[in-house]
Design a protein around this ligand. Structure first.
Ligand SMILES: Nc1nc2c(ncn2[C@@H]2O[C@H](COP(=O)(O)OP(=O)(O)O)[C@@H](O)[C@H]2O)c(=O)[nH]1
Ligand SMILES: Nc1ncnc2c1ncn2[C@@H]1O[C@H](COP(=O)(O)OP(=O)(O)O)[C@@H](O)[C@H]1O
Length: 199
């Protein structure tokens, strides 16, 4: 369960200068972000992967505190009101948010911190952390995206429909990001992310 973090006082909307590096990874549901992140973390365990809070129910195999902090809507709204999130958004009927203090501490201690977040959250981070590196993961085609989200077998028909509708809007925004990487061949995409992070 996520600890309620100490309240951060913020004089300005811009966060303090960073000594580490913040990376934002965004892409439509089902494109392969989670799979890419798991492989990247296996190659680079020194990366700090920001665990988000969400009101979505856990999928089979998802662990509280590892994949997400799974919390109630009232808890999420309490944390949001207390300014505990670096960014937050509603996506497909659930809330998602990045714990502010954990991320700031890690970046300010010189870590490479990865946020795997959707488009609205990425836009908020772009405002408060203009120096963050933002990467958008694209599917090779919309049909392939649908095949993957169905193939994953973890979303209801209603959830799939909502996610695919949102995916059309998100893909239109890909050019807002510093880098667009097509996740067609998995290893190629993984190597491209690695090259972006480590040069
Ligand atoms: N804004 C924001 N989006 C998040 C956060 N955590 C996860 N997301 C995004 O929420 C969307 C839905 O995530 P999830 O329910 O795990 O579904 P999936 O993308 O199909 O695996 C994805 O685009 C995630 O990248 C967060 O803390 N903030
Ligand atoms: N390059 C790829 N080619 C084919 N299938 C992929 C590829 N990358 C991921 N997948 C599969 O697509 C599905 C969705 O991947 P996932 O990582 O859950 O997406 P996201 O986290 O973006 O929602 C999973 O079944 C995953 O194994």
């Amino acid at each position: 369960m996520m600890q309620v973090l100490s309240i951060q006082s913020r004089a300005t909307t811009k966060e303090s200068p960073l000594s580490g590096k913040l990376i934002v990874l965004t892409g439509p549901s089902g494109v392969g972000k989670g799979t890419l992140m798991r492989s990247l973390l296996q190659r680079h365990p020194e990366l700090y992967y920001s665990v988000s809070a969400t009101t979505r129910a856990p999928r089979p195999g998802e662990i509280d505190g590892k994949n997400y902090y799974f919390i109630s809507r009232s808890k999420f709204e309490q944390l949001l009101a207390q300014g505990e999130f670096l960014e937050s958004a509603e996506f497909a009927g659930n809330y998602y948010g990045t714990p502010r203090e954990a991320v700031l501490n890690q970046v300010q201690s010189g870590q490479l911190v990865v946020l795997e977040i959707e488009l609205e959250g990425a836009r908020q981070v772009r405002t408060s952390f203009p120096e963050a590196l933002s990467i958008f993961i694209l599917p090779p085609s919309f049909e392939e995206l649908e095949n993957r989200i169905r193939g994953r077998g973890q979303d209801s028909e209603e959830a799939i429909a909502r996610r695919l509708q949102r995916a059309k809007e998100e893909i239109q925004a890909a050019d807002e990001f510093d880098l667009q990487i097509v996740n067609d061949d998995f290893e190629t995409a993984l190597n491209a992310i690695e090259a972006a992070l480590f040069g």
